[in-house]
Design a protein around this ligand. Sequence first.
Ligand code: ADP
Length: 550
Amino acid sequence: MPGGHSQTLRPFLWRAEKLYGDTEIVSRTHEGRTRHTYSEYADRTAQLANALDEYGIDRGDRIATFCWNHTRHFETYFGVPNTGAQLHTINPLLPDEHIQYIVEDAADEIIFVDASLAPKLAGAAEGAAEFDDVDFVSMGSDEIDALDATPYEEFIAGHSTDYDWPDLDGDQPAGLCYTSGTTGKPKGVEYTQSMLWSHTMASQTPQGIPMEDSDVVMPVVPMFHVNAWGMPFTATAAGAKHVYPGPSPDPADLAALIEEEGVTVSAGVPTVWLGLQEYVTEGNDVDLSTLDTVIVGGAAAPQSLIEWYDDRGVEVLHAWGMTELSPIGTVSHLTNDLRDADYETQVDKRSKQGLVVPGLEFEVIDEDGEEIPWDGEAFGELRIRGPWVTQEYFARPDASEEGFEDGWLKTGDVVTVDEDGYLQLVDRTKDVIKSGGEWISSVELENAIMAYDGVSEATVVGVPHERWQERPVAFVVAADSVDRDALVEEIEAGLREEYPKWWVPDAVEFIDEVPKTATGKFSKKDLRERYADQSLVEGSVPEDDAPEGE
Ligand code: ADP
């Protein structure tokens, strides 16, 4: 048969073990740091695979994780998919109802859960039939009583460190991640072996987020977000040292890891890097000399952030991606022509979302259905396709019908493209708010608010915020007779009960009428523009209300 072997993850780990057996995988825990080598990692991954076999996991079965970034979580990254099973990473920051929906939709067999996240999972599982057939493994060394979870070390103990990894087809589902990027129920995106393989290889090109065997790679982006943007796979393909920042790392934790482990490449949403910047400007002395590159994505990287890190010899690579893209789509490298340009021009380009990664194609379609010119002015919806772009949503023909056209993924992002090919995101057609890298569904909040007596109309809008990029603000139309202060209190208390604290709008404002578009829809653009000065969200979210780990 012509052609090569299937594109799968197996060779990446095989090579790392053979060539870099002594290279370290470090993890921060509450009790200190753990250290393993690739060699030990490969053994433990085989033990995990044997344990899953003994448990009765078959090819195609789904295994979930409910975890922060740490080595055991990373063990599932190869240990699960390389057997032919599918790794489903669950976002523990979601509202309980979403978690219940996701677990039922994926029909997970086992959930690996961190001890610190067990109360959250137990809360979501309580009385929920979706969890009846699920078993739990505790990622700590202790049992978790609430979930009757087996300790991970006990789960893998005694199993052989050899495993006869099967030959898998490229189209074997390897991963699953849900996105709540639009209204309604979360949508699953399946990653096949070949999608993960091609995403890793494209990441490794100079136009991607390349790494070398000399690198020390620290993914701060949570591993429940699109496989930590694929970094654990890319770092393994490179044979780099891994550093996992563990549960809810704060800037001091990150600073210590960077300094003491010699981190060279890291990645996270702007909030993370703004947090570290603030920590340094507050007077904490942090040695960033080993840090070459931080990949900033998930939300727009402010120009001032790029400049601040430049001043300290750290290159910010601004990247754009989506769950549907495994996730990387564009990276803001400088083209050869721009390498001699003045600094201002360069920073201007680098703060755009960037150049399409080799292997993908895109088109930008305006409201008349025409492709826009590349002039940096005209805008339209970005559509994209390629080997690591999904072509449908998991078990959701309705969402797939809506989200794709002629093989293109309709991203819901509105962009311009300049003469040099740099994409810039100027708006979103999807009605959501992204705060600190996490989605908040404005439509869910609106429906919840409209259920209160005295509210005749309500709309929730994302208002720009320096630290969190966006914060929700609710605009409410109420009858004159209503006691407004009491209503605000009631709404806020109610939302606090029903949703994670950081979903609660920073302000509830009364207006006479929700502005409408020509077709009668709520015009959020109008409200966003009216409140673009941030005056409603000055106070920002209190520290402990923030989406942890972001
Ligand atoms: P991720 O976990 O990578 O953030 P999601 O699927 O949750 O992926 O979110 C993808 C969306 O986030 C994009 O469609 C876009 O709206 C927004 N986004 C991602 N990267 C950027 C960026 N660099 N600048 C602005 N928005 C971004």
